[in-house]
Design a protein around this ligand. Structure first.
Ligand SMILES: [Zn+2]
Length: 416
């Protein structure tokens, strides 16, 4: 039994008059049907059907229940969709739009599916205890309180506004991240098992005195920051992941500092974002790299280009490629990095000229003890691609693809 402050509860007498029900001993009557509350065993019955009552209190022999539970009880008694508008503090009746709501538990996830049409989900809160989603167009009268598996999900509280339902998902200890997917039948909210407070580190390449590649009126540092911000937005809002950026404005950050940021956090993956440049003006298309030995002359060229940032660094260290290679061979994350690269590249390259997953010895990935990749969004040296890269629509498209690849990798990762 959850004892709540009386102000959040409503007496069953007051509720009955709002619903137009008659009061009978210990319950409600509608037509010939009777609903009886049994607070001692936290339940109520409608005929032979028994339902759980979660949030109620008894004061001076009067029973008070949560308005959302009152609305559900009213549905079971009358068969009509009753809802409590939490903004206006009153009940309203309308046709339910969620045909079914199913909670399924798996070892690595909990899946909440809503069947119906025209649902528009948006995230209204995501913190250490609670994820709140507002789903416009969704009205579900049957239950307002559902117990989860206890590990990933404690409870689901369903409330309504006049526009749709609010799902409050109380996080369990094992809750990692979530994904809201639109399906043919409605919506599916997948809550994945924990990543132990891990974060995705996004690293917009270059910045400040280091512009990166400059061509066709564009500077690499601007494009990488703009796309990284969009990736962050999507990862946070659509997947509920925590994101840390190595820079969030136009400033110079040394390569050493970038890997320090990865070390200071529980980094799940590290994704460095760049744009490419080639003397061959025809070269185009995204490429995805993980840390390894550069095998081809092209990989070598990109490696030299991205490592050239060293010239901006005060220390002016002159590590040569051989050193990078020996260091990186000890990198236990090479296999994972390759998997991450494949997962991201599969989405990034879909429907465009595919330059493949590649390997090279980037300084920025070297000291990162987590799966890490470097994404080349495209070639600034290619006139057509430069124009694309400068467009916000295309940047959102790239960001969406990168975010999807990262989340799919993490979904695989929690399954292992
Ligand atoms: Zn770069």
């Amino acid at each position: 039994m959850v004892v709540l402050a009386l102000t959040t509860l409503i007496s069953i007498q007051d509720a009955a008059s709002d619903f137009g029900f008659r009061i009978v001993k210990g319950g409600w009557k509608y037509g010939k049907k009777v609903l009886v509350f049994h607070p001692p065993d936290s339940s109520y019955t409608v005929g032979s059907k028994k339902f759980r009552l979660y949030r109620f209190a008894i004061r001076e022999k009067k029973l008070y229940i949560h308005p959302d539970e009152a609305a559900s009880a009213a549905y079971w008694l009358s068969g009509k969709g009753w809802f409590y508008d939490r903004d206006r503090g009153r009940f309203f009746s309308r046709k339910p739009t969620v045909k079914r709501l199913v909670l399924k538990e798996f070892p690595d996830s909990v899946v909440l599916s809503l069947e119906g049409r025209g649902f528009q989900p948006s995230l209204i809160r995501n913190d250490t205890s609670l994820v709140s989603l507002h789903i416009r167009g969704a009205f579900y009268p049957k239950y307002s309180y559902i117990r989860g598996d206890g590990n990933i999900l404690r409870t689901v509280e369903i409330s309504h506004t006049s526009e749709g339902m609010v799902l409050d998902l109380r996080r369990g200890k094992g809750f990692g991240f979530f994904h809201v997917q639109e399906t043919r039948n409605g919506l599916r909210i997948v809550l994945f098992r924990g990543l132990l407070g891990g974060v995705v580190v996004l690293d917009p390449g270059h910045g400040g005195k280091d512009p990166g590649a400059v061509a066709n009126g564009l500077r690499e540092k601007d494009i990488t920051l703009s796309v990284a911000r969009k990736v962050r937005h999507i990862l946070e809002k659509e997947y509920g992941l925590r994101v840390v950026m190595t820079r969030d404005d136009d400033r110079f950050i040394s390569l050493a500092r970038r890997s320090e940021i990865a070390k200071e956090n529980r980094t799940l993956v590290f994704v460095s974002i760049h744009c490419n440049y080639s003397r061959n003006r025809k070269a185009r298309g995204p490429e995805t790299y993980f840390l390894s030995t550069a095998r081809t002359s092209h990989e070598r060229a990109v490696e030299l280009l991205e490592n050239s940032v060293i010239k901006y660094e005060m220390e002016g260290r002159k590590d040569d490629i051989e050193y990078i290679v020996s260091d990186m061979l000890q990198n236990a994350f090479m296999k994972e990095s390759q998997k991450l690269a494949l997962s991201v590249h599969r989405h990034l390259a879909r429907g465009r000229s595919d330059r493949g997953v590649r390997q090279a010895g980037f300084y920025v990935l070297r000291k990162i003890y987590a799966p890490s990749i470097l994404v080349e969004l495209g070639y600034l040296s290619n006139k057509k691609e430069a124009r694309l890269l400068s467009s916000k629509t295309y940047q959102w498209e790239l960001a969406r693809r990168i975010a999807r690849g990262i989340s799919e990798y993490l979904q695989e990762y929690v399954r292992r």
